[in-house]
Design a binder for this molecule. Structure first.
Ligand code: NZQ
Ligand code: ZN
Length: 387
Protein backbone atom coordinates (compact mmCIF):
# COMPACT_ATOMS: atom_id res chain seq x y z
CA UNK A 1 0.00 0.00 0.00
CA UNK A 2 1.32 3.44 -0.95
CA UNK A 3 1.18 6.47 1.36
CA UNK A 4 -1.91 8.67 1.13
CA UNK A 5 -3.74 11.60 2.72
CA UNK A 6 -7.37 10.68 3.27
CA UNK A 7 -9.99 13.33 2.60
CA UNK A 8 -13.55 12.35 1.86
CA UNK A 9 -15.06 15.40 3.45
CA UNK A 10 -18.46 15.75 1.79
CA UNK A 11 -21.35 15.40 4.21
CA UNK A 12 -23.95 13.02 2.77
CA UNK A 13 -27.68 13.06 3.48
CA UNK A 14 -28.93 9.84 1.95
CA UNK A 15 -32.47 8.59 1.45
CA UNK A 16 -36.06 9.61 0.88
CA UNK A 17 -36.85 13.19 1.93
CA UNK A 18 -33.23 14.01 2.74
CA UNK A 19 -33.88 17.32 0.95
CA UNK A 20 -35.21 18.51 4.33
CA UNK A 21 -31.58 19.21 5.26
CA UNK A 22 -30.99 21.61 2.37
CA UNK A 23 -32.04 24.84 4.09
CA UNK A 24 -30.01 24.33 7.27
CA UNK A 25 -26.95 23.24 5.34
CA UNK A 26 -26.99 26.25 3.01
CA UNK A 27 -27.56 28.73 5.84
CA UNK A 28 -24.20 27.74 7.33
CA UNK A 29 -22.50 29.41 4.37
CA UNK A 30 -24.60 32.54 3.92
CA UNK A 31 -27.92 33.75 2.57
CA UNK A 32 -27.06 34.64 -1.05
CA UNK A 33 -27.15 31.52 -3.18
CA UNK A 34 -26.48 30.71 -6.83
CA UNK A 35 -28.87 27.95 -7.95
CA UNK A 36 -27.37 25.99 -10.88
CA UNK A 37 -29.44 23.50 -12.90
CA UNK A 38 -29.71 21.80 -16.27
CA UNK A 39 -32.14 21.92 -19.14
CA UNK A 40 -35.41 21.34 -17.35
CA UNK A 41 -35.67 17.77 -16.02
CA UNK A 42 -36.03 19.15 -12.47
CA UNK A 43 -38.97 21.28 -13.55
CA UNK A 44 -40.74 18.21 -14.92
CA UNK A 45 -40.20 16.20 -11.75
CA UNK A 46 -41.21 19.01 -9.38
CA UNK A 47 -37.81 19.15 -7.67
CA UNK A 48 -37.35 22.72 -8.89
CA UNK A 49 -40.42 23.91 -6.95
CA UNK A 50 -39.32 22.01 -3.85
CA UNK A 51 -35.93 23.74 -3.90
CA UNK A 52 -37.45 27.21 -4.43
CA UNK A 53 -39.83 26.62 -1.50
CA UNK A 54 -36.90 25.68 0.71
CA UNK A 55 -35.09 28.89 -0.26
CA UNK A 56 -38.08 31.02 0.69
CA UNK A 57 -38.79 29.14 3.94
CA UNK A 58 -35.19 29.70 5.03
CA UNK A 59 -34.80 33.34 4.01
CA UNK A 60 -32.29 32.49 1.29
CA UNK A 61 -31.96 34.92 -1.62
CA UNK A 62 -31.22 33.06 -4.83
CA UNK A 63 -30.05 33.85 -8.35
CA UNK A 64 -30.50 31.28 -11.03
CA UNK A 65 -28.23 29.79 -13.69
CA UNK A 66 -30.11 27.14 -15.65
CA UNK A 67 -29.47 25.50 -19.01
CA UNK A 68 -26.31 23.50 -18.24
CA UNK A 69 -25.88 21.03 -21.13
CA UNK A 70 -24.45 17.52 -20.96
CA UNK A 71 -20.71 17.86 -21.68
CA UNK A 72 -20.99 21.26 -19.94
CA UNK A 73 -19.57 24.34 -21.64
CA UNK A 74 -17.14 26.92 -20.36
CA UNK A 75 -19.30 29.73 -21.83
CA UNK A 76 -22.07 29.08 -19.28
CA UNK A 77 -19.48 28.84 -16.51
CA UNK A 78 -18.32 32.35 -17.45
CA UNK A 79 -21.90 33.60 -17.04
CA UNK A 80 -22.07 31.94 -13.65
CA UNK A 81 -18.89 33.63 -12.46
CA UNK A 82 -20.30 37.01 -13.53
CA UNK A 83 -23.55 36.32 -11.64
CA UNK A 84 -21.61 35.42 -8.50
CA UNK A 85 -19.60 38.61 -8.66
CA UNK A 86 -22.56 40.87 -9.53
CA UNK A 87 -24.67 39.51 -6.68
CA UNK A 88 -21.99 38.87 -4.10
CA UNK A 89 -22.94 35.18 -3.94
CA UNK A 90 -21.87 33.29 -0.80
CA UNK A 91 -22.56 29.68 -1.80
CA UNK A 92 -23.66 27.59 -4.77
CA UNK A 93 -26.19 24.79 -4.95
CA UNK A 94 -26.11 22.43 -7.95
CA UNK A 95 -29.30 20.48 -8.61
CA UNK A 96 -28.84 17.85 -11.33
CA UNK A 97 -26.25 15.45 -12.69
CA UNK A 98 -22.49 15.58 -13.11
CA UNK A 99 -22.62 18.32 -15.74
CA UNK A 100 -24.50 20.67 -13.43
CA UNK A 101 -22.24 19.86 -10.50
CA UNK A 102 -19.04 20.26 -12.52
CA UNK A 103 -20.25 23.63 -13.81
CA UNK A 104 -21.01 24.73 -10.25
CA UNK A 105 -17.54 23.66 -9.08
CA UNK A 106 -15.87 25.57 -11.87
CA UNK A 107 -17.92 28.69 -11.15
CA UNK A 108 -17.00 28.31 -7.47
CA UNK A 109 -13.28 28.43 -8.19
CA UNK A 110 -13.56 30.74 -11.22
CA UNK A 111 -15.00 33.31 -8.82
CA UNK A 112 -11.57 33.65 -7.18
CA UNK A 113 -9.55 33.52 -10.38
CA UNK A 114 -8.55 36.85 -11.94
CA UNK A 115 -8.50 35.67 -15.56
CA UNK A 116 -10.76 33.46 -17.68
CA UNK A 117 -11.93 30.28 -15.85
CA UNK A 118 -10.72 28.18 -18.80
CA UNK A 119 -7.14 29.13 -17.78
CA UNK A 120 -7.51 26.82 -14.80
CA UNK A 121 -7.98 23.80 -17.08
CA UNK A 122 -5.03 24.73 -19.24
CA UNK A 123 -2.72 25.55 -16.32
CA UNK A 124 -3.81 22.47 -14.37
CA UNK A 125 -4.62 21.56 -10.79
CA UNK A 126 -1.96 23.73 -9.15
CA UNK A 127 -3.78 26.84 -10.38
CA UNK A 128 -6.95 25.91 -8.44
CA UNK A 129 -6.54 27.47 -5.01
CA UNK A 130 -9.86 28.48 -3.54
CA UNK A 131 -13.57 27.98 -4.17
CA UNK A 132 -16.92 29.18 -2.89
CA UNK A 133 -18.70 26.50 -0.84
CA UNK A 134 -20.98 24.29 -2.90
CA UNK A 135 -23.71 21.79 -2.07
CA UNK A 136 -25.48 19.40 -4.43
CA UNK A 137 -28.85 17.73 -4.88
CA UNK A 138 -28.09 14.76 -7.11
CA UNK A 139 -30.54 13.55 -9.77
CA UNK A 140 -28.29 11.24 -11.85
CA UNK A 141 -26.15 8.32 -10.64
CA UNK A 142 -22.90 8.13 -12.56
CA UNK A 143 -20.03 10.55 -12.21
CA UNK A 144 -19.46 10.64 -8.45
CA UNK A 145 -19.01 14.41 -8.77
CA UNK A 146 -21.35 14.79 -5.78
CA UNK A 147 -18.58 13.57 -3.49
CA UNK A 148 -15.28 14.38 -5.20
CA UNK A 149 -13.05 17.29 -6.13
CA UNK A 150 -13.14 16.83 -9.91
CA UNK A 151 -14.68 19.06 -12.55
CA UNK A 152 -14.75 18.26 -16.28
CA UNK A 153 -15.62 21.08 -18.70
CA UNK A 154 -15.76 21.42 -22.49
CA UNK A 155 -14.52 24.39 -24.45
CA UNK A 156 -16.76 24.66 -27.50
CA UNK A 157 -14.37 27.05 -29.26
CA UNK A 158 -11.32 24.79 -29.07
CA UNK A 159 -13.25 21.45 -28.96
CA UNK A 160 -11.33 20.41 -25.88
CA UNK A 161 -12.66 18.71 -22.78
CA UNK A 162 -10.38 18.97 -19.75
CA UNK A 163 -10.51 18.20 -16.04
CA UNK A 164 -9.33 19.79 -12.80
CA UNK A 165 -8.98 17.95 -9.49
CA UNK A 166 -8.61 19.64 -6.11
CA UNK A 167 -10.02 19.02 -2.63
CA UNK A 168 -11.34 22.60 -2.41
CA UNK A 169 -13.83 21.60 -5.12
CA UNK A 170 -15.40 18.84 -3.04
CA UNK A 171 -19.01 19.69 -2.27
CA UNK A 172 -19.50 20.55 1.41
CA UNK A 173 -22.67 18.44 1.39
CA UNK A 174 -24.73 16.38 -1.03
CA UNK A 175 -28.36 15.34 -0.83
CA UNK A 176 -28.73 11.83 -2.27
CA UNK A 177 -32.39 10.86 -2.57
CA UNK A 178 -32.65 7.83 -4.88
CA UNK A 179 -36.24 8.74 -5.80
CA UNK A 180 -34.83 11.71 -7.75
CA UNK A 181 -33.27 9.23 -10.17
CA UNK A 182 -36.56 7.39 -10.90
CA UNK A 183 -37.06 9.66 -13.93
CA UNK A 184 -33.70 8.86 -15.57
CA UNK A 185 -34.37 7.34 -19.01
CA UNK A 186 -33.20 3.86 -19.97
CA UNK A 187 -30.30 5.26 -21.92
CA UNK A 188 -29.26 7.57 -19.10
CA UNK A 189 -29.50 4.75 -16.56
CA UNK A 190 -27.34 2.52 -18.74
CA UNK A 191 -24.77 5.25 -19.45
CA UNK A 192 -24.61 6.17 -15.76
CA UNK A 193 -24.09 2.52 -14.77
CA UNK A 194 -21.28 2.14 -17.30
CA UNK A 195 -19.65 5.33 -16.00
CA UNK A 196 -19.70 3.98 -12.43
CA UNK A 197 -18.35 0.62 -13.65
CA UNK A 198 -15.57 2.34 -15.56
CA UNK A 199 -14.51 4.48 -12.57
CA UNK A 200 -14.05 1.30 -10.58
CA UNK A 201 -12.11 -0.42 -13.38
CA UNK A 202 -9.80 2.57 -13.86
CA UNK A 203 -8.68 2.12 -10.25
CA UNK A 204 -8.84 -1.69 -10.15
CA UNK A 205 -6.50 -2.03 -13.14
CA UNK A 206 -3.57 -0.58 -11.23
CA UNK A 207 0.17 -1.16 -11.42
CA UNK A 208 0.25 -1.24 -7.58
CA UNK A 209 0.30 -4.93 -6.76
CA UNK A 210 -0.31 -4.70 -3.02
CA UNK A 211 -3.86 -3.44 -2.77
CA UNK A 212 -5.81 -6.40 -1.41
CA UNK A 213 -8.38 -4.33 0.47
CA UNK A 214 -8.90 -1.86 -2.40
CA UNK A 215 -9.37 -4.74 -4.86
CA UNK A 216 -12.00 -6.47 -2.76
CA UNK A 217 -13.87 -3.18 -2.26
CA UNK A 218 -13.76 -2.61 -6.01
CA UNK A 219 -15.07 -6.08 -6.79
CA UNK A 220 -18.03 -5.51 -4.43
CA UNK A 221 -18.87 -2.27 -6.19
CA UNK A 222 -18.55 -3.85 -9.66
CA UNK A 223 -20.90 -6.64 -8.62
CA UNK A 224 -23.39 -4.08 -7.35
CA UNK A 225 -23.48 -2.49 -10.83
CA UNK A 226 -23.90 -5.91 -12.45
CA UNK A 227 -26.69 -6.78 -10.02
CA UNK A 228 -28.67 -3.54 -9.98
CA UNK A 229 -28.01 -1.84 -13.36
CA UNK A 230 -30.38 -4.24 -15.16
CA UNK A 231 -32.96 -3.99 -12.34
CA UNK A 232 -33.08 -0.20 -12.65
CA UNK A 233 -33.50 -0.51 -16.42
CA UNK A 234 -36.33 -2.97 -16.02
CA UNK A 235 -38.05 -1.19 -13.13
CA UNK A 236 -37.04 2.50 -13.07
CA UNK A 237 -38.89 3.12 -9.79
CA UNK A 238 -37.27 0.27 -7.88
CA UNK A 239 -36.02 2.14 -4.81
CA UNK A 240 -33.43 -0.42 -3.76
CA UNK A 241 -31.86 -0.61 -7.22
CA UNK A 242 -31.70 3.18 -7.52
CA UNK A 243 -30.29 3.45 -3.98
CA UNK A 244 -27.60 0.84 -4.60
CA UNK A 245 -26.51 2.55 -7.83
CA UNK A 246 -26.55 6.01 -6.27
CA UNK A 247 -24.33 5.09 -3.34
CA UNK A 248 -22.05 3.01 -5.58
CA UNK A 249 -21.55 6.01 -7.87
CA UNK A 250 -20.46 8.15 -4.94
CA UNK A 251 -18.10 5.60 -3.38
CA UNK A 252 -16.63 4.63 -6.76
CA UNK A 253 -15.05 8.03 -7.25
CA UNK A 254 -14.82 9.79 -3.90
CA UNK A 255 -11.18 8.74 -3.51
CA UNK A 256 -11.69 5.69 -1.31
CA UNK A 257 -10.87 3.09 -3.98
CA UNK A 258 -7.83 4.94 -5.21
CA UNK A 259 -6.08 5.66 -1.91
CA UNK A 260 -2.91 3.64 -1.48
CA UNK A 261 -2.46 2.79 -5.11
CA UNK A 262 -1.87 4.28 -8.55
CA UNK A 263 -4.85 4.35 -10.96
CA UNK A 264 -4.96 4.09 -14.76
CA UNK A 265 -7.50 6.54 -16.29
CA UNK A 266 -6.43 5.96 -19.94
CA UNK A 267 -9.95 5.06 -21.10
CA UNK A 268 -11.32 8.25 -19.56
CA UNK A 269 -8.58 10.27 -21.22
CA UNK A 270 -9.54 8.91 -24.63
CA UNK A 271 -13.27 9.28 -23.94
CA UNK A 272 -12.91 12.95 -23.02
CA UNK A 273 -11.26 13.59 -26.40
CA UNK A 274 -14.12 11.68 -28.04
CA UNK A 275 -16.93 13.58 -26.29
CA UNK A 276 -15.11 16.90 -26.85
CA UNK A 277 -15.18 16.33 -30.61
CA UNK A 278 -18.50 14.51 -31.08
CA UNK A 279 -20.60 15.47 -28.03
CA UNK A 280 -21.13 11.78 -27.25
CA UNK A 281 -22.66 10.86 -23.87
CA UNK A 282 -19.74 10.10 -21.54
CA UNK A 283 -20.96 6.65 -20.42
CA UNK A 284 -21.75 5.63 -24.00
CA UNK A 285 -18.20 6.50 -25.07
CA UNK A 286 -16.82 4.46 -22.17
CA UNK A 287 -19.02 1.47 -23.03
CA UNK A 288 -17.54 1.38 -26.53
CA UNK A 289 -13.92 1.99 -25.56
CA UNK A 290 -13.52 -0.12 -22.41
CA UNK A 291 -13.59 -3.65 -23.94
CA UNK A 292 -11.19 -2.51 -26.67
CA UNK A 293 -8.87 -0.99 -24.07
CA UNK A 294 -8.91 -4.33 -22.24
CA UNK A 295 -8.04 -6.23 -25.41
CA UNK A 296 -5.26 -3.79 -26.23
CA UNK A 297 -3.51 -3.98 -22.87
CA UNK A 298 -3.95 -7.73 -22.27
CA UNK A 299 -0.47 -9.30 -22.43
CA UNK A 300 1.61 -11.85 -20.53
CA UNK A 301 2.68 -9.02 -18.26
CA UNK A 302 -0.88 -7.88 -17.39
CA UNK A 303 -2.52 -11.32 -17.54
CA UNK A 304 -2.75 -11.97 -13.79
CA UNK A 305 -4.84 -8.84 -13.23
CA UNK A 306 -7.30 -9.83 -15.95
CA UNK A 307 -7.54 -13.33 -14.49
CA UNK A 308 -8.23 -11.87 -11.03
CA UNK A 309 -10.97 -9.70 -12.56
CA UNK A 310 -12.56 -12.54 -14.52
CA UNK A 311 -12.54 -14.98 -11.59
CA UNK A 312 -13.61 -12.62 -8.80
CA UNK A 313 -16.10 -10.42 -10.62
CA UNK A 314 -17.53 -12.72 -13.30
CA UNK A 315 -16.94 -16.02 -11.45
CA UNK A 316 -15.24 -17.55 -14.48
CA UNK A 317 -13.59 -20.89 -13.82
CA UNK A 318 -11.03 -22.85 -15.83
CA UNK A 319 -7.30 -23.45 -15.77
CA UNK A 320 -6.13 -21.65 -18.88
CA UNK A 321 -5.30 -18.10 -17.82
CA UNK A 322 -5.56 -16.57 -21.28
CA UNK A 323 -8.97 -18.13 -21.89
CA UNK A 324 -10.23 -16.98 -18.49
CA UNK A 325 -8.92 -13.43 -19.07
CA UNK A 326 -10.56 -13.22 -22.49
CA UNK A 327 -13.86 -14.49 -21.11
CA UNK A 328 -13.75 -11.71 -18.51
CA UNK A 329 -13.38 -9.14 -21.29
CA UNK A 330 -16.20 -10.70 -23.28
CA UNK A 331 -18.47 -10.66 -20.20
CA UNK A 332 -17.76 -6.96 -19.82
CA UNK A 333 -18.74 -6.32 -23.42
CA UNK A 334 -21.90 -8.44 -23.08
CA UNK A 335 -22.88 -6.56 -19.92
CA UNK A 336 -22.66 -3.18 -21.66
CA UNK A 337 -24.50 -4.50 -24.72
CA UNK A 338 -27.26 -5.97 -22.56
CA UNK A 339 -27.71 -2.50 -21.05
CA UNK A 340 -28.35 -1.25 -24.59
CA UNK A 341 -25.01 0.43 -25.24
CA UNK A 342 -23.53 0.56 -28.77
CA UNK A 343 -20.30 -1.29 -29.54
CA UNK A 344 -18.65 0.82 -32.21
CA UNK A 345 -17.61 4.45 -32.57
CA UNK A 346 -19.16 4.57 -36.02
CA UNK A 347 -22.55 3.87 -34.33
CA UNK A 348 -22.38 7.22 -32.50
CA UNK A 349 -21.54 9.42 -35.48
CA UNK A 350 -17.74 9.34 -35.29
CA UNK A 351 -15.90 9.61 -38.60
CA UNK A 352 -12.71 7.65 -39.17
CA UNK A 353 -10.70 10.63 -40.42
CA UNK A 354 -11.28 12.31 -37.04
CA UNK A 355 -9.40 9.62 -35.12
CA UNK A 356 -5.95 11.09 -35.70
CA UNK A 357 -7.08 14.46 -34.33
CA UNK A 358 -8.70 12.70 -31.39
CA UNK A 359 -5.36 11.13 -30.51
CA UNK A 360 -3.72 14.57 -30.39
CA UNK A 361 -6.46 15.85 -28.09
CA UNK A 362 -6.14 12.82 -25.81
CA UNK A 363 -2.41 13.38 -25.19
CA UNK A 364 -2.58 17.13 -24.61
CA UNK A 365 -1.20 16.60 -21.07
CA UNK A 366 1.10 13.69 -22.12
CA UNK A 367 0.81 9.93 -22.56
CA UNK A 368 -2.13 8.16 -20.93
CA UNK A 369 -2.39 5.23 -18.54
CA UNK A 370 -0.52 3.97 -15.51
CA UNK A 371 -1.52 0.28 -15.59
CA UNK A 372 -0.30 0.28 -19.15
CA UNK A 373 1.18 3.36 -20.77
CA UNK A 374 -0.50 4.41 -24.02
CA UNK A 375 1.35 6.72 -26.40
CA UNK A 376 -0.05 8.07 -29.65
CA UNK A 377 0.34 4.82 -31.67
CA UNK A 378 -1.46 2.74 -29.03
CA UNK A 379 -4.28 5.26 -28.69
CA UNK A 380 -4.74 5.32 -32.46
CA UNK A 381 -4.84 1.56 -32.54
CA UNK A 382 -7.46 1.54 -29.72
CA UNK A 383 -9.62 4.02 -31.66
CA UNK A 384 -9.26 2.14 -34.93
CA UNK A 385 -10.27 -1.12 -33.26
CA UNK A 386 -13.25 0.58 -31.63
CA UNK A 387 -14.27 2.27 -34.88
O1 NZQ B 1 -30.26 18.98 -18.05
P1 NZQ B 1 -31.36 18.20 -17.51
O2 NZQ B 1 -32.69 18.60 -18.02
O3 NZQ B 1 -31.32 18.05 -16.03
O4 NZQ B 1 -31.19 16.69 -18.15
C1 NZQ B 1 -30.09 15.86 -17.85
C2 NZQ B 1 -29.17 15.66 -19.04
O5 NZQ B 1 -29.86 15.81 -20.24
C3 NZQ B 1 -30.62 14.49 -17.63
N1 NZQ B 1 -31.03 14.18 -16.27
C4 NZQ B 1 -30.31 14.34 -15.13
N2 NZQ B 1 -31.02 13.86 -14.09
C5 NZQ B 1 -32.20 13.41 -14.59
C6 NZQ B 1 -32.21 13.63 -15.97
N3 NZQ B 1 -33.28 13.32 -16.75
C7 NZQ B 1 -34.35 12.77 -16.16
N4 NZQ B 1 -34.38 12.52 -14.82
C8 NZQ B 1 -33.34 12.81 -14.01
N5 NZQ B 1 -33.38 12.52 -12.71
O6 NZQ B 1 -29.55 13.62 -17.96
C9 NZQ B 1 -28.76 14.21 -18.97
C10 NZQ B 1 -27.30 13.99 -18.63
O7 NZQ B 1 -26.94 14.71 -17.48
P2 NZQ B 1 -25.40 14.90 -17.11
O8 NZQ B 1 -25.33 15.73 -15.88
O9 NZQ B 1 -24.65 15.35 -18.30
O10 NZQ B 1 -24.94 13.39 -16.80
P3 NZQ B 1 -23.77 12.84 -15.95
O11 NZQ B 1 -24.08 12.90 -14.51
O12 NZQ B 1 -23.43 11.54 -16.53
O13 NZQ B 1 -22.54 13.88 -16.20
C11 NZQ B 1 -21.71 13.71 -17.30
C12 NZQ B 1 -20.59 14.73 -17.30
O14 NZQ B 1 -19.72 14.57 -16.17
C13 NZQ B 1 -18.37 14.34 -16.62
C14 NZQ B 1 -18.58 13.74 -17.98
O15 NZQ B 1 -17.42 13.80 -18.76
C15 NZQ B 1 -19.72 14.57 -18.52
O16 NZQ B 1 -19.26 15.82 -18.96
N6 NZQ B 1 -17.64 13.56 -15.62
C16 NZQ B 1 -17.42 14.12 -14.43
C17 NZQ B 1 -16.69 13.48 -13.46
C18 NZQ B 1 -16.45 14.08 -12.14
N7 NZQ B 1 -16.78 15.34 -11.93
O17 NZQ B 1 -15.91 13.43 -11.24
C19 NZQ B 1 -16.08 12.18 -13.68
C20 NZQ B 1 -16.61 11.46 -14.87
O18 NZQ B 1 -15.66 10.51 -15.28
C21 NZQ B 1 -17.01 12.33 -16.01
O19 NZQ B 1 -15.91 12.62 -16.85
ZN1 ZN C 1 -16.48 8.81 -15.96
Amino acid sequence: MLNFNYNVSTRIFFGRNSIEHLGDELKQYGTRVLFVSGQGSIKKTGLYDTVIDIFSQNGLVYHELSGVQPNPRISLVRQGVRLCRDHDIQCIVAVGGGSVIDSAKTIATGYYHDGDPWDLFVLGDASVKKALPIGTVLTFSGTGSEMNGNAVISNEETTEKLAIHKDVLRPRFSILDPTYTFSMSENQTAAGTVDIFSHILEQYFSPTRDAFLQNRLAEGLLKTCIQYGPVALEAPRDYEARAQLMWTSSIALNGLLGYGRVSDWATHGVEHALSAMFDVTHGVGLAILTPYWMELVLSDETMSKFVEYARNVWMITGNNDRTVAKEGIEKTREFFTALGMPQKLRDVGVTQNALVVMVEKAVVHGDLGKFKKLGKPEILSLLNNAF
